[in-house]
Design a protein around this ligand. Structure first.
Ligand code: PLP
Length: 246
């Protein structure tokens, strides 16, 4: 690291490097407490509202997985990042509309937020069209579950998981990779992620390869890791507090 950063570029790189060190330390501590190997936990840096340059900083600092929650923002950002020769894996983690699926499969390697059957169909069609242009591997798909039964904030009801998982698994264009959830507001993340862990164990009985558990954000990654998260999605702890619209 440059010990005496001067340009805004260097200042920002140093700031993100410091934040990344703290987040990695939190992950390591949480893994130690849970008796887990830190290599089992992938850090997905959520870069929404932050510019393509920040993705470049993260990549230069060794972060290979980045997440976005809105296609309107993610698609041009992914293009800018690719044009700069920076290679990252894009994770789409936000609410998804059917008419955005074609765009999303153009850059995303993983979609975390599939919570209803029409999305499975739309992603399948989009991936199928893309694969005709050239051999693309199946898209990794996580089924997002609602942990408080309030599906208006995204996520499928737990009772609907088996049917959704089966629909994803039946598509050769998609690979059922696991489950995702966001801890409900005002509820103990510990209790919520325990529910998710049980749902993930149930899923693996029918789909042994669906081993990913995407859970935990800046405020609750420790609880998620304690309950078996394989992917934590961290934004503000790495890049700073977003303006409210983020
Ligand atoms: C924004 C966002 C995150 C990251 O949240 P932070 O609190 O900034 O870490 C994680 N997951 C999803 C789905 C998000 O939209």
């Amino acid at each position: 690291m440059n010990p005496d950063p001067e340009t805004p570029f260097e200042v920002r790189r140093a700031e993100i490097a410091g934040n990344l060190e703290k987040v990695r330390a939190r992950i390591a501590t949480a893994c130690r407490s849970a008796g887990r190997d830190p290599d089992e936990v992938t850090l997905v840096a959520v870069t929404k509202t932050y510019p393509a340059d920040d993705v470049g900083h993260l990549a230069a600092l060794g972060v290979r997985d980045v997440g976005e929650n809105r296609d309107q923002e993610a698609a041009p950002k992914a293009e800018t990042v690719a044009a700069a020769g920076v290679e990252v894996r894009w994770h789409y983690v936000g609410r998804l509309q059917r008419n955005k699926c074609r765009s999303v499969v153009g850059y995303a390697s993983v979609v975390h937020s599939v919570d209803r059957l029409p999305l499975v169909e739309a992603l399948d069609r989009a991936r199928d069209e893309a694969s005709r242009a050239g051999g693309v591997p199946p898209l990794d798909v996580l089924v997002q579950c609602s942990l408080d039964g309030d599906t208006r904030r995204g996520g499928a009801d737990l009772a609907d998981l088996p049917a959704l998982a089966a629909a994803v698994a039946a598509r050769s264009t998609l690979r059922l990779a696991g489950l995702m959830a966001v801890a409900p507001l005002g509820e103990s993340p510990d209790r919520a992620f325990a529910v998710l862990a049980r749902a993930a164990a149930d899923l693996r009985r029918d789909h042994p390869m669906a081993t990913l558990v995407s859970a935990g954000m800046s405020a609750d990654l420790e609880a998620a890791i304690a309950h078996g998260a394989t992917h934590v999605r961290v934004g503000s702890a790495l890049l700073g507090t977003r303006p409210l619209l983020g």
